[in-house]
Design a protein around this ligand. Structure first.
Ligand SMILES: [Zn+2]
Ligand SMILES: [Zn+2]
Length: 327
């Protein structure tokens, strides 16, 4: 399926690659948070993730990776770790397979890509982050399930952390505590549904005060800081679950006391990429909450594709927003 790119937003991982903190095989077309319009369809194209047929002219987004459906990991509910995974915007361009990134006019979708139609109510710039930021958060929330009635801590108030606050609240969390090293993030965290905000050095106290001294039921780590992982484990209640999804580039190891892990019966789960059903959840979430969430606060502006260097400079200068690139 060939898609004309309407808009691709610059993810934090694109910025990591652009500055050299993350290495991608080259040549490579970056950009994976994409909304586009179908302009050509091959033979026997699968329906979208809702089971609806796809047609030329449909406005769509898709999973950040295509998986084979047949390997060991695909058969073990880890399609996002498929042995022959094709990751849009992160893969070396090969002859005949050059068009796999969003910072381009067109993108060629491979078999095994999970596609969803974008609701008419969502603008391209708002829908593009669904297939990375929001779907990753949906995967975190799925693995932290149940969130209903829990005391949840979200570590890091970047774009993913903000969506995690909003989604935890929407899934029924009784208390959502956002934590960030930057006090200035409090206002936006509260706007996205956090009922409480704590600096790292007051988080333990805040979580205990809201849980009869027990600590947080669930911690979702989206800051990328190894220190935050340690803090997240410390703040958990007995039997609590930590979801680790922020450390997308190699980092320092953290100390883990196995005795504590055992006695406190903790669960620690890593999340990387996500499964197709998480994209469905992300798009449903966006459609339902787009009018009530202050999504405009995430808007880092838009640039034509011909000014992509300026777009990356803007994205690097404004973490916590999404800059759109429009062909
Ligand atoms: Zn991304
Ligand atoms: Zn596979």
């Amino acid at each position: 399926m060939l898609v004309r790119v309407n808009c691709a937003t610059i993810c934090g991982s694109d910025v990591h690659t652009w500055v050299g903190r993350r290495i991608e095989p080259t040549p490579c077309v970056l950009g994976h948070e994409i909304v586009g319009t179908i302009i050509a369809i091959g033979e026997a194209v699968a329906p979208d993730l809702h089971g609806d047929p796809l047609a030329i002219g449909d406005r769509v987004t898709w999973t950040l990776a295509a998986s084979c459906g047949e390997c060991f990991f695909c058969h073990h509910d880890l399609p996002q770790k498929c042995e022959s995974l094709l990751k849009y915007g992160h893969t070396k361009a090969l002859p005949g397979r050059e068009l796999h990134g969003g910072f381009a006019d067109c993108c060629l979708l491979a078999p095994g890509t999970g596609i969803v139609k974008v609701p008419a109510s969502l603008a391209d710039e708002l829908a593009a982050p669904a297939n990375c930021a929001v779907a990753t958060v949906a995967a975190c929330c799925r693995l932290a399930d149940p969130l209903d009635g829990v005391v949840a801590v979200v570590l890091g108030c970047g774009v993913l952390g903000l969506f995690a606050c909003a989604m935890a609240r929407a899934l029924g969390a009784a208390e959502v505590i956002a934590c960030d090293v930057a006090p200035a993030r409090e206002k936006i965290a509260r706007a996205f549904g956090a009922g409480h905000f704590a600096a790292p050095n007051t988080l333990l106290q805040t979580a205990r005060a809201l849980s009869d001294g027990r600590g947080a039921d669930v911690v979702i780590e989206l800051s990328g800081s190894p220190k935050a992982v340690s803090l997240g484990i410390e703040v958990l209640r007995l039997g609590g679950t930590a979801i680790v999804a922020g450390t997308t580039i190699p980092c320092e190891p953290v100390a883990l006391d196995p005795h504590q892990l055992m006695r406190r019966m903790l669960t620690i789960r890593g999340v990387h990429n996500y499964a197709p059903r998480d994209l469905v959840a992300a798009m449903d979430f966006l459609e339902k909450h787009a009018t009530t969430l202050p999504l405009e606060l995430l808007n880092g502006g838009s640039f034509p594709l011909t000014e992509i260097d300026s777009a990356f400079e803007a994205a690097a200068a404004k973490p916590g927003t999404r800059v759109a690139v429009i062909p």
